[in-house]
Each structure stands twice: as structure tokens, then as C-alpha cells.
Design a protein around this ligand. Structure first.
Ligand code: BES
Ligand code: MN
Ligand code: ZN
Length: 491
């Protein structure tokens, strides 16, 4: 779909104009204008009680005298000045569904006049585009019956605001990154294995001159001493691949890179500590971290931000077989610390610890890892907030700020020294699990042993990377948060 932001006259001919109506006889500018043009036809609707302006009300009017557009779609916006972000997104979704159902190809939206609580016009437009792109996403490539393509081709936002074109550009790049992340994450695990992730990275790298790719295979991992990562991979016949995407676009090419590391377990059966059967299919989403890093790199390349960023997809599969690693095994990680495996299902931290050591060589400005790491994080925060763990106050504040801006929410969880107590092992430097309590924080505490050489934050997206139930599927989170974080890094 195409989006434009420009100033148009209400009298312009088009297939549909979209106008907001408030409750309590408060009218938007274009509502009044259209009312005058139609000799108070709209006011008549209000007086008769047909048009209340209640949030979510839709009224599709055809061929009004005095209006050049073929149709006028009136959207109820509730009480003036009270619309919050969630309600606004709901409103946009309803609007989009109305345009879709009426097979409209081009529309001009005057909802740019609707004021959002604590948000400016830039966000009005950006949320609208991201919401529409999100809601018409389909993953039907394995279905015989495909969804019907929608007719809507062009949506124009009426505005002369200087920030508007940028809002369109940002929204489209974020939407494209989110879609890419959802596509990869929804892919079944018999297709999306570590080699597939590496292949995706290769395709992406070929599309942008600022991007280049290194692929670390198992032989190289072995030479590097990435024994924790390799131990997880041993039970699978699909070999592990770690894809390292370099985006080198800072004005000074030697600027230290921002590094994003994504957990890429293309399937996590738990290994010898096998998971229960119920919902195990959802563990195809255990590569949601890698998918979101991929999507963020794609958005970054489309925006061509003047930054140096490295995105790492830590691809691996965790399965039980005769060659699989076992509870009781002691592994020597790449940084020399030994780990006693007490549960082979706590594999994400083992793959990540070596990846986090590996990225030291790039002398990072900062590192953010993104991982569907613990069920405990879902218990703590539910499916609305990603868990954010870091002791770097400035980084925490930057990430929470990006989360607040994008509504791709995150909530801080603790990461104190006291959690280290739970990771003690009688036989090795560390145990790979920390017992029953505070599982998200003990996982973070485990990772913190491997991030001492740089500024670091950890995002646990176990609750936010995909949805269950009727809307089952990947969410593409936290591409939006991460992309915004990067946009904000541009000085
Ligand atoms: N990938 C899972 C975490 C997970 C579980 C995410 C459920 C989303 C939903 C991770 O590898 C895992 O199995 N973690 C274990 C850790 C435990 C053994 C300490 C968990 O959370 O149960
Ligand atoms: Mn696991
Ligand atoms: Zn896992």
C-alpha cells in the first residue's frame, strides 16, 4: 500500500474522504466544512440521533450533494481530547476494515485533525500506518486458499505538517521490519532452521551496499571455543549457524558499533530435559529474538541511518537424541567460565553466552540482546511488556523511552548481585539454572557474566514475541522499539 502526507482540499475528487466526529456536539474542522458544503446534512444526522460520534462508530455515506468524493466515511472519535493510543489504534483498524469492506482503492484521511493525548501529528500518522500494515498482515503461504488481496492502494493523510513525510518514511520502514520478523518467525520449524536464518541474512545483505555478512558455522565455533553454543546444537542434525550482519553507515566508518544479538532457537524441544507436549509447537517461535534483530536490520537499511550497527542471529536447534548434551554435563564457555548443565531446556543462555563473548571483538559501543528466554518473564509481565534487564541506567532510560514512544512496551526487571547466589554450582563456575524463583532475573544474571566488557541490556521477549489463541502468530516485537532506539541514536 502507498501512503502520502499532503494538504488536500475537502472538495477534491476521490473515492472516499474520512472525517472524524466527536461526541457532545464538538466538531472537527473538516466535519464543519463538510457540513457546510452539504447544507447541514451532517448536522441533520446528529440531530436525528444517527450520528453520535461514539468511539468506533462508522457511517459510510454515498454521493452527498456538495461533496466531490464518492463517499464520506465518518468515524466516531469519542469525547474530544480524550483519545488515547490504544483507542486510536482501534479506531484506525475499524476505519481500515470499513475501507476494505467497501472495496475502496483510494482515500483521503482527515483524522489527522484528531488530537491524541500526549502525542503529536507525527505519531498520529505513524501509528496509523503501522496499525494498518500490522492488521492486514497474512501468513497464508501454506494454505491452499489464500486471503483475497485488498483493493486499497493509496491512503492520503491530509496535512501540511513538516514532520509528516518523515512519519510516513519511519512508519513504512518499521512496518517492513515488523513484517519481515513476523514472516520468519511464523515459518514452520521444518523450513526455518538455522541454515534458513543464515540464508535470510544473506539475502538481506545482498540488498544493501552498507550491509555485509559473516557466517560462523560449527567448525569455526569449535575453533573459537564456543562450546556452550555447540553443546545445545549437538542433539540436532541441523547444524548451527551464527549470522553476523554488519551495517556500516556512520559518517566516521570507525565509530564503535551498536550490537543487537538475537536468540535464534528455530525449535526448542527442551533437549533431554524434554518439554511437555502441550503447545510445544510454539517453540518454533524461540527464534523470535533473531527474527526481531533481522527485522530491525532491514528497517535500519531502509532508513539508511548514519550508524554502525551489527546484528547477530544466533541460530541453533535444541533437540534430544543420542548425541545430545545432558543434565550434569560441564561445558567450558568461550570466555573460559565453566557451566554445569542442570536443565538442557535452559539452552538460550548457553547459546547467548558464547555469542555475547564473540561480539567483544567488535569493541561495541553497547550490546542489546533480545531473547525468548524464560517462561518466568511471561508469568511476571504477561504478554504486554517485554522484560528489560540492565544495570546501565542511561541505556535503560533510552530503551524505556523508545518503548514509550512506540508503545512497544517494556518493563524493567531487577538484575542485582543477589541473584548470583542462585547460580552457584558445587562443580563448576556457574549452574545454568537458578531454581524456582525469579527465573527471568536469574537468566539475566547468568548472561551478565559474559557482558563485562561493554555496556549491555537484555530484553526478554518470551511473552511479547507471539500471540496465542484466536490471533495466534508472531507479533514482530520488539522491532518497533529497537528501530526507534536506533533512530534516537542518530545525533
Ligand atoms: N524458550 C524457552 C522459554 C519460553 C518458555 C519462552 C515458554 C516462552 C514460553 C527457554 O528456552 C526455556 O525453556 N526456559 C526455561 C528455563 C528453565 C528450565 C530454567 C523456562 O522458562 O521454563
Ligand atoms: Mn528451553
Ligand atoms: Zn528456548
Amino acid at each position: 500500500m502507498k501512503y502520502q502526507a499532503k494538504l488536500t482540499a475537502l472538495s477534491q475528487a476521490t473515492e472516499c474522504i474520512i472525517i472524524g466526529a466527536y461526541e457532545d456536539n464538538e466538531f472537527s474542522r473538516s466535519f464543519n466544512e463538510a457540513d457546510q458544503a452539504t447544507q447541514c446534512y451532517l448536522n441533520g444526522l446528529v440531530k436525528s440521533g444517527e450520528l453520535t460520534g461514539k468511539l468506533g462508530q462508522t457511517l459510510l455515506l454515498r454521493e452527498l450533494n456538495g461533496i466531490a468524493a464518492k463517499r464520506v466515511l465518518i468515524m466516531g472519535c469519542g469525547k474530544k481530547g480524550e483519545l488515547n493510543e490504544r483507542q486510536y489504534k482501534q479506531l484506525i483498524q475499524t476505519m481500515f476494515n470499513s475501507l476494505k469492506d467497501a472495496n475502496i482503492r483510494e482515500a483521503i484521511s482527515y483524522l489527522t485533525e484528531i488530537e491524541l493525548k500526549n502525542r503529536d501529528l507525527y505519531w498520529n500518522i505513524r501509528f496509523a500506518i503501522e496499525t494498518i500494515e500490522h492488521s492486514h498482515y497474512q501468513f497464508d503461504q501454506f494454505k491452499s486458499q489464500k486471503a483475497e488481496p485488498i483493493k486499497l492502494e493509496t491512503l492520503i493523510f491530509n496535512t501540511d505538517c513538516q514532520q509528516a513525510p518523515l512519519a510516513v518514511i519511519h512508519a513504512q520502514a518499521v512496518a517492513s521490519g515488523v513484517k519481515a520478523a513476523r514472516d520468519i518467525a511464523n515459518m514452520p520449524p521444518n523450513v526455518c532452521n538455522p541454515a534458513y536464518l543464515a540464508d535470510k541474512a544473506k539475502n538481506l545483505a545482498e540488498k544493501s551496499t552498507a550491509l555485509s555478512l559473516e557466517i560462523i558455522d560449527e567448525k569455526m565455533m569449535s575453533e573459537l571455543g564456543m562450546n556452550a553454543y555447540l553443546a545445545v546444537s549437538r542433539g540436532s542434525t541441523n547444524p548451527a549457524y551464527m549470522s553476523v550482519l554488519h551495517f556500516n553507515n556512520a559518517p566516521n566508518k570507525n565509530t564503535k558499533p551498536i550490537i543487537l544479538v538475537g536468540k535464534g532457537l528455530t525449535f526448542d524441544a527442551g533437549g533431554i530435559s524434554l518439554k511437555p507436549a502441550a503447545d510445544m509447537d510454539e517453540m518454533k517461535y524461540d527464534m523470535g529474538g533473531a527474527a526481531s534483530v533481522f527485522g530491525t536490520m532491514k528497517a535500519l537499511a531502509e532508513l539508511n541511518l548514519p550508524l554502525n550497527v551489527i546484528g547477530v542471529l544466533a541460530g541453533c536447534e535444541n533437540l534430544p537424541d543420542g548425541n545430545a548434551y545432558r543434565p550434569g554435563d560441564i561445558l567450558t564457555t568461550m570466555n573460559g567460565l565453566t557451566v554445569e548443565v542442570l536443565n538442557t531446556d535452559a539452552e538460550g543462555r548457553l547459546v547467548l553466552c558464547d555469542t555475547l563473548t564473540y561480539v567483544e571483538r567488535f569493541e561495541p559501543e553497547l550490546v542489546i540482546d533480545v531473547a525468548t528466554l524464560t517462561g518466568a518473564c511471561v508469568v511476571a509481565l504477561g504478554q504486554h511488556n517485554s522484560g528489560l534487564m540492565s544495570e546501565d541506567e542511561a541505556l535503560v532510560s533510552d530503551l524505556l523511552n523508545a518503548a514509550q514512544q512506540t508503545t512497544d512496551k517494556a518493563w524493567r526487571l531487577p538484575l542485582g548481585e543477589e541473584y548470583q547466589e542462585q547460580l552457584k554450582s558445587p562443580f563448576a563456575d556457574l549452574a545454568n539454572i537458578g531454581g524456582r524463583w525469579g527465573g527471568a532475573s536469574t537468566a539475566g544474571a547468568f548472561l551478565s557474566h559474559f557482558t563485562k566488557k561493554y555496556r549491555w541490556a537484555h530484553l526478554d521477549i518470551a511473552g511479547t514475541a507471539w500471540l496465542q489463541g484466536a490471533n495466534k502468530g508472531a507479533t514482530g516485537r520488539p522491532v518497533s522499539l529497537l528501530t526507534q532506539f536506533l533512530i534516537n541514536q542518530v545525533k
